[in-house]
Design a protein around this ligand. Structure first.
Ligand code: CA
Length: 222
């Protein structure tokens, strides 16, 4: 799961990143409106944390642009002002949630999780495909009620495929999802082949649902 933190207070941005990384999220930081805009244009995030007062503009402008461009990233607006007006404006403009500073990182993390759950899993904790079930809260995977052990990367890969079931996922998208922006610079995908192979093996017969689309990537389909 990828999170973008658009926040100009560096200490705060870093502590949010640290906390969320410990919860197994991949985090990137943008500290100006322009940096945020560029990242949003080139990458997809599961949730974007938007500070309101930023160098070069406001987080609310970015929110308007996201909605205008019909982006589906989840958004939590974070504001220094406990302003009812900003809160109402944010929610009316399509933000999923609003949080006033100061806040506890544990609360932010819970809200991020709930935004992702609401948007991508229709409010459920479980995601299913055939006999495979992922409990995203417990971060466990089971097949016909028997739990299987996956590495963190295999888990993230399976979750990504299941959230995009029926769609062809390019190796680039997988590389980006698994390792963040640095994957842009990977020039071979051997590591992805290896993870997919191990994942398929651990899924047994269910692993056959992960199809290789020659020259492109992978697709989870019946
Ligand atoms: Ca600020």
């Amino acid at each position: 799961m990828k999170i973008l933190i658009v926040e100009d207070e560096q200490d705060l941005a870093r502590s949010i990143r640290q906390y969320l990384q410990n919860q197994n999220y991949l985090c990137e930081i943008a500290s100006t409106v322009q940096q945020g805009r560029e990242k949003i244009e080139y990458f997809d995030y599961d949730c974007i944390l938007l500070d309101i007062m930023l160098p070069g503009g406001t987080g609310l402008q970015l929110l308007e642009e996201l909605k205008r461009d019909k982006k589906t990233d989840g958004v939590i607006v974070i504001s220094a002002k406990n302003s009812l007006e900003d809160k109402i404006y944010s929610l009316k403009s399509g933000a999923d949630d609003y949080l006033s500073k100061p806040f506890h990182l544990a609360e932010l993390s819970a809200r991020v999780e709930s935004v992702i759950r609401r948007r991508q899993l229709n409010g459920s904790n479980d995601i299913h495909f055939q006999d495979i079930k992922i409990d995203i809260q417990a971060k466990t995977v089971s097949i016909e009620n028997g739990e299987i052990n996956l590495t963190k990367t295999e888990y993230d890969l399976l979750l990504f495929l299941m959230m995009n079931k029926g769609k062809v996922i390019s190796k680039n998208a997988i590389a980006e999802h698994l390792s963040g922006q640095s994957a842009m610079y990977l020039d071979n995908f051997d590591i992805i082949y290896a993870h997919v192979k191990n994942l398929k093996k651990k899924l047994g017969l269910q692993g056959n649902y992960i199809r290789t689309i020659y020259g492109t990537g992978y697709k989870l389909s019946e």
